[in-house]
Design a protein around this ligand. Structure first.
Ligand code: BJW
Ligand code: ZN
Length: 261
């Protein structure tokens, strides 16, 4: 098992203090999340240990080309993930983020996760950049999308109720564009006082570019991740450790701080 790298040293404590100070002064907070936020709930991340399904990587399956070639294989991957996610609950990281989402003058939570655990934790101002595993859409693109929470999934994709073509998961695959309204909301949210990027490998665009955009617009930027990422060298504070522990620690101190500043 990977060692947990909490660093209760001076730098770590000063970084936490700085984040709390910035949160106390912030009116507009934006939080970008990735698979690491759901790891403690039991949802596998895409990259690193446990990231493969059979011998496949996300890049092999989360593409329109993969679905066109072998819809049943891709469907089976989503069926496996649905079964896993259905038994998962939001963890301390989702809960802290959900509380903060209701506590600031403006808070936006931009998630790349499709598991809906932020929604289940009752997060306000949520933008699901890569869609939801619990929704389906027409593969031919007639515009139909619908909620489907069935577990287990049938062994092959059902039909679109509008045009009879194949259905697909309503998620964003590589090479596909994000929903323009979600992308606009994400870029608008980069105009903020504090931008926190949590549990993402920071390699998949356009999400990976958001922290840089926020910094360009003057936000204080911080990262929480088990490991360093391409974003680590560019943020004001990079904290290494489990998001569910670090966020709980920050929240306990931030939420009990006096507000008459
Ligand atoms: C913990 C932890 C704990 C663990 N606590 N931390 C610019 C440059 C280069 C390429 C591109 C570019 N612009 C666009 C591209 C192409 C492509 C791309 O980015 N490719 C890269 C691989 C280089 N992007 C796209 O195609 C996007 N579309 C687009 O831009 O359209 C316009 C366009 C198209 C083509 C060319 C140019 C422009 C769409 C991207 C869609 C991504 N879709 C997926 C699948 C979604 C559906 C599904 O779930 O099935 O989204 S792929 C997968 O990666 C999923 C994730 O949301 C996404 C990001 O992964 P994430 O969340 O970061 O997870 P991991 O596993 O990578 O990392 C987990 C992290 O957590 C790790 O760092 C751990 O250390 C950490 N961790 N436990 C804290 N307890
Ligand atoms: Zn259709």
């Amino acid at each position: 098992m990977k060692p947990v790298r909490l660093q209760p040293d001076t730098t770590y404590c000063m970084d936490i203090d700085q984040i709390i100070e910035k949160l106390l002064d912030a009116r507009r907070v934006t939080i970008l999340t990735g698979a690491g936020v759901s790891a403690a709930s039991g949802v596998p991340t895409f990259r690193g240990q446990g990231g493969l399904w059979r011998q496949y990587r996300a890049e092999d399956l989360a593409t329109p080309g993969a679905f066109a070639r072998d819809p049943s294989l891709v469907w089976e991957w989503y069926g496996w993930r649905r079964e896993l996610i259905a038994s998962c609950r939001p963890n301390a990281a989702h809960e802290v983020i959900a509380r903060w989402s209701r506590g600031f003058e403006r808070c936006r939570v931009l998630t790349q996760n499709v598991d809906d655990l932020h929604a289940r934790a009752d997060t306000a101002g949520l933008v699901r950049l890569h869609g939801s595993i619990w929704e389906l859409a027409c593969w031919r693109g007639c515009g139909a999308t619908w909620r489907d929470e069935s577990v287990p999934l049938a062994s092959s994709p059902p039909r679109c109720p509008r045009c009879g073509n194949l259905a697909r998961p309503a998620v964003v695959w590589f090479g596909e564009t994000l929903n323009p309204a979600d992308l606009d909301a994400a870029f608008d949210a980069c105009a903020c006082d504090m931008f926190l990027t949590v549990g993402t490998s920071a390699i998949v665009h356009p999400a990976a570019g958001l922290v840089h955009e926020a910094r360009r617009r003057g936000a204080f930027t911080a990262e929480i991740n088990l490991d360093s990422t391409p974003a680590s060298a560019h943020v004001d504070v990079a904290l290494q450790g489990p998001a569910e522990q670090i966020l709980a620690e920050i929240a306990a101190r931030y939420e009990s701080s006096p507000r008459d500043r």
